[in-house]
Structures are given as structure tokens and as C-alpha cells.
Design a binder for this molecule. Structure first.
Ligand SMILES: [Fe+2]
Ligand SMILES: [Fe+2]
Length: 262
């Protein structure tokens, strides 16, 4: 099986609107078109939050329209730029009580979609209710291969803003809980607008680029550096027997790649 990890679409109220000189809607539509052309056999697409930039209802309405045009199931998460109730108006299937959290099973693998949003804040957390939900799932699926998907990064990223005002504030309790289970194989996250790979206590983690703007790596500077000279991308996550292989796919241009002759 395989799935597409896509993140931080940052859709605006109208498709023609620009964010840092870029059109988020146009870029997302190109990503979907590219996925349909080259990865139509993907089992699902997961978008790990910051679906909208300003939490406008119109952004979620647009997203609904684009997703309805796809043959591949799409699973959504909220990020710090999102608003749960406005999302649920168009996607009620992703509601569990007060949160956007749910489980999806494919073959022998179990995917847990976590809600790290604290509405109105840049940082994220898992409150007691959400932590209890995660514990319940980990208990229930203790004998399976479990994969977590979340918006905020549960590790120190080395990116100043992401590790201060935009950090994940439940990391200590989160890792303590995970240390009691050996079922968790990998954690996919968004938020950082960069492709990162990490290992924490033998659990691997990865993020992917935004479909809109990217964050530059400037570890010694206090301010966040955004860049739009780097192409947007999504990741293809391939599960093949004992292997999990993740490819970053840039998709702008007609086919996203140029053929080299000779
Ligand atoms: Fe974002
Ligand atoms: Fe974010």
C-alpha cells in the first residue's frame, strides 16, 4: 500500500487570492492533478493541517470542492491556522466529540490522526482528553503496526520560531505514553513547511514541504525565514513488506520533472 503525505495548504478565502505572492488554491489543485496522474493507486491522501491560512469558511468550501473531484480518499487534520467548527461544516466525518481525531485501518496497518490544535494559538498540545483518546487507541491496537499523523512536531526542530511560540507543548507526556508501546512505527507531521527526518527513541519521524510557501533553515537567527524559491512538494509513502520508503515529489510544471536526454 501507499499513501500521499501532503501538508500546509494554507488556502485563502478566494482561489484568486495570493499569500506571499503565491496562489495556494492553484498550487493545491496542481498537486492533486499530479497525484491523480502519477499516484492514482494511492490508498489515501493525508493532509496534516493548516488547511486554511485564516480559518475562513470559504477556504474549507474550496477544499471540499477540490477533494470531491478526486478518486482517492482524503483524510484531514487541523493545524494552528484552522478552525474546527468551520471545517466540520464541510467535513463532518472528521469529528470525534470536540476534536478532529480518528482511526483508519489499511491491511495490517493502523493510522491514528491526532488533533494538536489549540484554537487561536500557534503552539499545539494534546490535552488530557486527547491524550486519553490516544492511549485508548494505543491499547486497542497494541499488536498492530501503528502510524501517527499530527500537525505539530513532537521534537525539537532546530527552527527558532517553531520551537518557541509554535512548539508542541505536550511532548514530554506524549513520549512517555509512547514509550509504553512498541507498536508505533513512524510519525508524520506538518507545520514546519520543510522536509525533515528524525529519530526519537527508535521511532522515526518525517515531515513534508508545504504546497504553498516554504521555511528556510536558518538555525542561528531568531526570526523565521520564508522562501518561495523552493518548489512545493508532497511526499509519497510506500509500504512494501518490511520497507517504508518516502519520496519527496515536486510537482510544478506539466509533469513535475524534465526528461534529461542523452
Ligand atoms: Fe503551516
Ligand atoms: Fe502550523
Amino acid at each position: 500500500m501507499k499513501f500521499i503525505h501532503l501538508s500546509d495548504t494554507h488556502l485563502l478565502g478566494a482561489p484568486s487570492e495570493k499569500l506571499y505572492g503565491l496562489k495556494p488554491a492553484k498550487r493545491l489543485k496542481k498537486a492533486f492533478k499530479n497525484i491523480q496522474a502519477h499516484h492514482a493507486n494511492a490508498d489515501f491522501i493525508a493532509i496534516t493541517g493548516d488547511l486554511s491560512n485564516n480559518a475562513e469558511s470559504q477556504a474549507y468550501a474550496q477544499l471540499k470542492k477540490y477533494i470531491d473531484g478526486l478518486d482517492i480518499p482524503v483524510f484531514l487534520l487541523v493545524g494552528n491556522h484552522d478552525h474546527r467548527k468551520r471545517l466540520w461544516k464541510y467535513f463532518p466525518e472528521f469529528r470525534d466529540g470536540d476534536f478532529v481525531q480518528y482511526v483508519r485501518e489499511f491491511d495490517d496497518r493502523v493510522f491514528l490522526f491526532l488533533d494538536t490544535l489549540v484554537e487561536g494559538e500557534e503552539y499545539g498540545e494534546l490535552c488530557d482528553t486527547r491524550m486519553a483518546w490516544l492511549e485508548k487507541q494505543l491499547k486497542q491496537y497494541a499488536d498492530r503496526k501503528v502510524y501517527l499523523l499530527m500537525h505539530h512536531h513532537p521534537i525539537h526542530s532546530g527552527l527558532q520560531r517553531m520551537d518557541t511560540v509554535g512548539n508542541f507543548r505536550s511532548a514530554k507526556a506524549f513520549w512517555k505514553l509512547l514509550s509504553r508501546y512498541d507498536s508505533v512505527q513512524h510519525i508524520f507531521f506538518g507545520h514546519v513547511h520543510r522536509p525533515m527526518q528524525a529519530i526519537h527513541r527508535s521511532i522515526s519521524l518525517s515531515s513534508t514541504r508545504s504546497t504553498t510557501f516554504q521555511v528556510a533553515y536558518r538555525p542561528d537567527e531568531q526570526t523565521e525565514h520564508l522562501t518561495n524559491t523552493v518548489q512545493p512538494a508532497y511526499s509519497v509513502v510506500n509500504f512494501d513488506g518490511e520497507n517504508t520508503v518516502i519520496h519527496l515529489c515536486e510537482y510544478l510544471g506539466e509533469y513535475g520533472v524534465s526528461r534529461v536526454e542523452g
